[in-house]
Design a protein around this ligand. Sequence first.
Ligand code: B1M
Length: 212
Amino acid sequence: MAILDDISQAVQIGKKKDVVALVEQAVSEGVAPDEILNVALIPAMDVVGDKFSKNEIFVPEMLVAARAMAAGTEILKPLLAQGGAEPLGKACIGTVKGDLHDIGKNLVRMMMEGKGIEIHDLGVDVPAEAFVDYIKEHEDLQLVCISALLTTTMPAMENTIKAIEEAGVRDRVKIMVGGAPITQEFADQIGADAYTGDAGSAAGKAAELLTA
Ligand code: B1M
């Protein structure tokens, strides 16, 4: 679909205003929000990542693309998160210490909100202690979601789970992990309860864990 290609191109070159206008146009033309997300916005970031790997673009270009992507996602947010369901449970989410990537985390949060999960966002670069403190301060918290996008921050994910164990609160919560470099094998190795590869299935898995 031409408009999806246009959105993808606009994200890739970081044209935030164009992305906003094009996403609004696509929505008004009846293109499904998840199609805009999964066919245009997310794949555009993969193209950006590939170009970065090949030294064809650098951090500033990656950053403007990310901002354009975020602006497009913001328009879709009310459409993707219109669950209106009864609260299913309480969760928190954060990107691990040392890691500033938040687009995937924000999508996971949005999809979980759509499933009726009350989810508190701890942000990016979240130290293990902040996860621990949040669990301690919220006795009704049931689910902790941890995201990591860099191979260099994967150990911080493991350290976060260790810190939760050492604080004696591990049995109070389920832990879900995800992010581009994370695998089921890694999730098993660090003692997470669940891993999923994308935001939609993360929300489905979370709902499953909260209702089990
Ligand atoms: Co960064 N970056 N980046 N970056 N960046 C990657 C991740 C990289 C793969 C690019 C590349 O080299 N091809 C590479 C990592 C390589 C590696 O670790 N092996 C990389 C690098 C190297 C870096 C820097 C080190 C670059 C530098 O400074 N030299 C630096 C690190 C900064 C830091 O974090 N300390 C850096 C910085 C940045 C920006 C700040 C410029 C920007 C982020 C802006 C932001 O997030 N606000 C940025 C971007 C945009 C990217 C790419 C291009 C796109 C990431 C993204 O948003 N993807 C990325 C390349 C790529 O991913 N192809 C790249 C779209 C998003 C929807 O996908 O986050 O994977 P993702 O989320 C997915 C799933 O993973 C899953 O659901 C989402 C989709 O449905 N998911 C979960 C995510 N969390 C989940 C949690 C779950 C379940 C599923 O359960 C809890």
